[in-house]
Design a protein around this ligand. Structure first.
Ligand code: GNR
Ligand code: NI
Length: 169
């Protein structure tokens, strides 16, 4: 297994729209395993293929306390949603920034699992937040795009300054 490099905002590649997975094959399963290792290493509770510069519709989530419940969603679709919740979100592509985002409280998701088998799942609370956050990545959307232009520009400037620091050292 391999730990993959995570793209950092404001990298234009984070705005790429992911393509559906046509065939759930061993290449996809290899990517799932590498992404899982990357997510647990980070550590994060979710990871979208977009964040590791792979532009296919694949997301991973593990919101369990002991990090033992990996959930894989290939070609995910939200088929129902209701309610609203505010949550302080973070993102591995925007390190050390936490801001409140409003999302649906309850969602129903349809997707394929790592064997290409279709399943449906109802989620609420943190799991629902995380799935919606990851699915946004597949659409090229980062959570800071829900913030005011002022906040977003401050975050962008901070990230650029940090990146410059790393390059010079
Ligand atoms: O690790 C993560 N934590 C998190 C916290 C609140 C809301 C969403 C998330 S997802 C994030 C990992 C990540 O960037 N996934 O894309
Ligand atoms: Ni993220």
């Amino acid at each position: 297994m391999t730990i993959l490099a995570i793209l950092h905002y404001p990298d234009a590649r984070l705005h790429t729209i992911a393509k559906p997975v046509a065939d759930v094959n061993d290449d996809i399963r290899q990517l799932i395993d590498d992404m899982a290792e990357t997510m647990y290493d980070a550590p994060g509770i979710g990871l979208a293929a977009t964040q590791v510069n792979k532009h296919t519709q694949l997301i991973l989530v593990d919101t369990s306390k002991d990090k033992s419940q990996l959930q894989v969603f290939i070609n995910p679709k939200i088929t129902a949603k209701s309610g609203e919740q505010d949550f302080d979100e973070g993102c591995l592509s925007v390190p050390n920034i936490y801001e409140s985002v409003t999302r649906a409280e309850n969602i129903t998701v349809e997707a394929l699992d790592r064997n290409g088998k279709k399943f449906s799942l109802n989620a609420d609370g943190l799991l629902a937040v995380c799935i919606q956050h990851e699915m946004d990545h597949l659409l090229g959307k980062v959570f800071v795009e829900y913030l005011s232009p002022l906040k977003r520009n401050r975050i962008r400037a901070k990230m650029l300054k940090l990146a410059r620091g790393y390059d010079e050292r």
